[in-house]
Structure formats: structure tokens, C-alpha cells
Design a binder for this molecule. Structure first.
Ligand SMILES: NC(=O)c1ccc[n+]([C@@H]2O[C@H](COP(=O)([O-])OP(=O)(O)OC[C@H]3O[C@@H](n4cnc5c(N)ncnc54)[C@H](OP(=O)(O)O)[C@@H]3O)[C@@H](O)[C@H]2O)c1
Length: 267
């Protein structure tokens, strides 16, 4: 991360959801390198504990770990209770945890889709609603919401997932404008395909991930965008051009093209 951005959260506390893998882990590493103190959360505590030990040894920062399954609607309040109990004032909330579910809508289980909506959308709203009041009160604070380029369009065979990311994107852009006058910055980070555990979790075909970016690159773009006061940032020039060109074409055409690319029967 460039020197301009590395010091923005130095000595301040950041909560990072989904810090056990992929983009969340890369965000945690870059924040730690900039001197931020971290609260890492996800379900896999072993990974979080190891990351916490590594980052505190390498960067001399304080790191706390709190295991939480965001499928549980109570989890966001438990995360807040943990940080409040430790007297932690959260300057940066990173809503990163999320997952996809690939396939025909009638073949993905209803429970899986509802869990996805809970983790990708409801937990984002809950955590934001829980942490933003203190930020507004003190007149500063930052929120990064990891959306996706999938949030700009329909993505057949990833329909519910793309809809959750559209929610994240529109929610982030809306509250960025609302909270600006209170000194609170909000940015939607929109990655394209990124090499993480996402593909395996979503059971998505390899071909979609051929031109994937690294999690480190995506994390840097997100933190830079937030530090620069952007309300939305797309990682990767190609992804940015793709989103821009989609605005010019009929929506049904875009959905059809995406459907051709994503169709499960092709390999
Ligand atoms: N990879 C991509 O191509 C891509 C593209 C655009 C946007 N994104 C977005 O980037 C974000 C991070 O995904 P990633 O690519 O880094 O995937 P990843 O490597 O699979 O990481 C997902 C993270 O979310 C956590 N998580 C998943 N379910 C959870 C739950 N029920 N409760 C708490 N934490 C949970 C996981 O931790 P545990 O399993 O330990 O709980 C993990 O730390 C997601 O919001 C995703 O939608 C990814």
C-alpha cells in the first residue's frame, strides 16, 4: 500500500469480517502493515488466531479475534458487544464476509440462498447500523463494503448472489452520501473475479476465473478508494471498462451474454 494511505488508520481500530481468507485476509494484512489495530472475525478461529499472531509479531500491532457465524442474526450484535466490552473504539468497519452459490435457481437450496442474503446483505446492514452511530457522534469513521462488479448487472446462474452484491453496492453508495456531512466515509469495493476460496465455496467453473486478480491488488484498491473518499471503486481497468460498456447496452442483452459465459453445461 502506498505511503499516503498506510497511515490513515495507524493506531486506530478496524473490524474486518471474513478475515480468515481471501480479500478479507489481504485487507487485514495491509491494514496491519499501515499500523492499524485489528479485530478479526470469521468462523474459522484457528486461522484467525494464526493470522493475529503473525500480524502482531510482524507489525507490533494489537489484534483481537472474535469467532462469529454471520448466518446467525445475533452475530453482529455479539461482535459489537465484544468490541464495546474491550473498550475498543472502531474507526473502520470492513464488511467483507460473503459467499456465492452457483447454479440454476431451482437447484440451489432455499436455505443456502437465504443464508447468503443474511451474510451478504443483512449482516452488512446490521453491522453498519451498529457501528455508524458512534462514528457520527465523534464526527469521523470509515466503512468499506465489499460488493462486486456482479452487482452492476444480472448474472444468470449466480442470480441471487449478484442481487446481494447489487444490494451492497446501492446501500454503500446511498449511505456514503447520507453520512458525508457527519465526517463518515463509505466506499463500495467492487472486485471482478479474484483468486480466493470464493470459487470453491460457490462451486463455480474455472473458466470464469481465468483472468482473476489477486486478493492483495483488490484489497489495495479498496483501501485507497476509501482513503480518497470515493463512494465506489472498481478493481481492475478491464472490469471498469466492462461496467462502463454495460451501461450502453440493453439490460436483457447483457444478461444473455453473462448467461452464455456462466452456463453450467459449458466447460
Ligand atoms: N473472489 C471473487 O471473485 C470475488 C469477486 C467479487 C466480490 N467478492 C466478494 O469478496 C468478499 C470476500 O470473498 P473472497 O473472495 O475473499 O472469498 P473467500 O476466500 O471464500 O473468503 C470469504 C470470507 O468470508 C467468511 N465467511 C463466509 N461465510 C461466513 C459466515 N457465515 N460467517 C462469517 N464469515 C463468513 C469466510 O470465513 P469463514 O469461512 O472462516 O467463516 C472468509 O473469511 C465477499 O463478499 C465476496 O462476495 C469476491
Amino acid at each position: 500500500m502506498s505511503a499516503n494511505f498506510s497511515s490513515r488508520w495507524a493506531g486506530k481500530w478496524a473490524v474486518v469480517t471474513g478475515a480468515s481468507a481471501g480479500i478479507g485476509l489481504a485487507l487485514a494484512e495491509q491494514l496491519a502493515a499501515g499500523g492499524a489495530r485489528l479485530v478479526l472475525t470469521a468462523r474459522r478461529t484457528d486461522r484467525l488466531q494464526k493470522l493475529a499472531a503473525d500480524l502482531s509479531a510482524k507489525h507490533g500491532i494489537k489484534v483481537e479475534v472474535f469467532a462469529a457465524d454471520l448466518v446467525r442474526p445475533e452475530a453482529p450484535a455479539e461482535i459489537l458487544a465484544f468490541t464495546t466490552g474491550k473498550g475498543i473504539e472502531v474507526e473502520l468497519l470492513v464488511n467483507n464476509a460473503g459467499f456465492g452459490a452457483f447454479g440454476y435457481v431451482h437447484e440451489i437450496s432455499e436455505s443456502r440462498m437465504l443464508e447468503m442474503i443474511q451474510v451478504n446483505c443483512s449482516a452488512v446492514v446490521q453491522l453498519t447500523r451498529l457501528y455508524v452511530p458512534a462514528m457520527v457522534k465523534r464526527g469521523h469513521g470509515d466503512v468499506l463494503i465489499v460488493a462486486s462488479v456482479a452487482g452492476f448487472q444480472a448474472v444468470p446462474f449466480n442470480s441471487a448472489y449478484a442481487a446481494t452484491k447489487a444490494f451492497d453496492l446501492i446501500f454503500a453508495e446511498g449511505i456514503a452520501e447520507e453520512l458525508r456531512e457527519f465526517g463518515v466515509r463509505v466506499c463500495a469495493l467492487c472486485p471482478g473475479t479474484t483468486t480466493t476460496e470464493f470459487q470453491e465455496v460457490a462451486q463455480q467453473p474455472d473458466r470464469v476465473f481465468r483472468s482473476a486478480e489477486t486478493a492483495e491488488k483488490v484489497a489495495r484498491v479498496g483501501l485507497e478508494g476509501l482513503a480518497q473518499g470515493k463512494s465506489c471503486v472498481i478493481s481492475g481497468t478491464k472490469n471498469g471498462l466492462m461496467v462502463a460498456s454495460e451501461r450502453l447496452a440493453p439490460r436483457r442483452f447483457i444478461a444473455r451474454m453473462a448467461g452464455r459465459m456462466m452456463r453450467p453445461t459449458e466447460s
